[in-house]
Design a protein around this ligand. Sequence first.
Ligand code: ATP
Length: 255
Amino acid sequence: MKDILIVENIKKEYGKRGARYEALKGVSFKINKGEFVGIMGSSGAGKSTLLNIISTIDNQSSGKVYINNNDISKMNQNQIADFRRDNLGFVFQDSNLLETLTVKENIMLPLSLKNEKVSVIESRIQEVAKSLDIESILNKYPYEISGGQKQRGAVCRAIITKPALILADEPTGALDSKSARSLLDSFSKLNKEDESTILMVTHDAMSASYCNRILFIKDGIIFTELVKGDSTKEFYHKILDTVALLGGVDKNELI
Ligand SMILES: Nc1ncnc2c1ncn2[C@@H]1O[C@H](COP(=O)(O)OP(=O)(O)OP(=O)(O)O)[C@@H](O)[C@H]1O
């Protein structure tokens, strides 16, 4: 099985001497091609810090990150920008679609920046729009469509380059539950049918239950890991129990 992501003993310190804070205290894990992995943990546990390092947006204090066999700490700023564009797809809580461009223009942006041929761009847009069921809104502007449709547009933009790894930070955080489920169904479909590898940070147990595996972070370390078995319902309840154990949420509030 090919490792798409290898995180080796990552540590991250913030602040200067005398006021140092260690946000990550030695985090190690691997993600195989075709896995859909969730990261959970209470506020301040270090999830965003970890995702920012894997995203190449921030640097670790020590440790290694390999994405698709590349040691990202060895790259200069130009190489990192190209690497990010070619290998990573990002989906955030807000779609971040550019308001002055149509949905289609937003989605094609990463390929336009690569000077890809128009015919290639056109056929790839049709492919991703069909897969995310947004063919009918391609010519609309972001202000003309719903939050769920915007997020599906953002996913199309993230996958148009066929990235090795999709990084999603609370992608359903701003959606109602129906739109959230529809987006998560799309992630599952991409994962199962295209073997897309997805790493998703979420606070939400329902969203997490779509993953194959969850890493729980507490105080800068991986506290535990849950692997999905045959039953999604059982997995969901185990997630709730673990979240309660971590002290993040009262289990009874979530049911
Ligand atoms: N730039 C920074 N300077 C100093 N401390 C920071 C910085 N960024 C994060 N921290 C600290 O590092 C710890 C981990 O923060 P991080 O944002 O990774 O947590 P998180 O798990 O993503 O939390 P949340 O779920 O609330 O977003 C926190 O204690 C935070 O205060």
